[in-house]
Design a protein. Structure first.
Length: 186
């Protein structure tokens, strides 16, 4: 299995480290040709406006959108969730509307443990850094996790999005869940 990680800005190194610990081959996605042969794609957290500009500058926006629309499993964390959403002018492939910086600024960062059914019965550490949340969902979107009444993780066919940053915790279950999505074709 080969998983691509968008490596223009943000927490791509952290995702790659988790995947390497799971013995998963990775490739940094920096050009359209890097998308060839990947089995899944992670869009990391970072700064969504900057990432959107870089996707355009490096001519990656249309090729990534095409891959996702043709069934490539993709997971967006934090800023990656914003890139996937319908209400922000980036990829617009997931039927969700997202509120940016919903949990405040960098100083408002926090971790909260929560049981996520698809990850088992042990609480999972949800790390929020200037995180968004999903304000509304549309057709075919399944809610994976809510925190204090706000949707912080969802799935739509081959697309998964999380507000939080699993790559900065010591718990690899969300990465394993994404790998299962790839292996089982969602």
């Amino acid at each position: 299995m080969l998983v691509g990680v968008l490596a223009l800005q943000g927490a791509f190194k952290e995702h790659i480290e988790v995947l390497h610990k799971l013995d998963i081959e990775t490739i940094k996605i920096r050009e359209a040709k890097d998308l060839n042969g990947i089995d899944g794609l992670i869009l990391p957290g970072g700064e969504s406006t900057t990432m959107g500009k870089l996707l355009n500058q490096y001519h990656l926006l249309k090729p990534i959108k095409h891959c996702i629309e043709n069934g490539l499993p993709v997971w967006g964390t934090c800023a990656g969730m914003i890139l996937l959403s319908q209400n922000h002018n980036h990829l617009q492939v997931m039927n969700i509307e997202v509120k940016r910086n919903a949990y405040g600024n960098q100083l408002g960062s926090f971790v909260k443990n929560k049981v996520i059914d698809c990850l088992g019965s042990d609480p999972f550490p949800l790390a929020f850094i200037r995180a968004p949340y999903i304000e509304s969902i549309g057709d075919q979107v399944e809610i994976i996790c809510k925190l204090d009444g706000k949707i912080v993780a969802a799935k739509q066919k081959n697309i998964m999005a999380t507000s939080f940053h699993p790559e900065i915790t010591n718990d690899d279950r969300m990465h394993r869940h994404f790998l299962d999505m790839i292996e089982n074709r969602f």
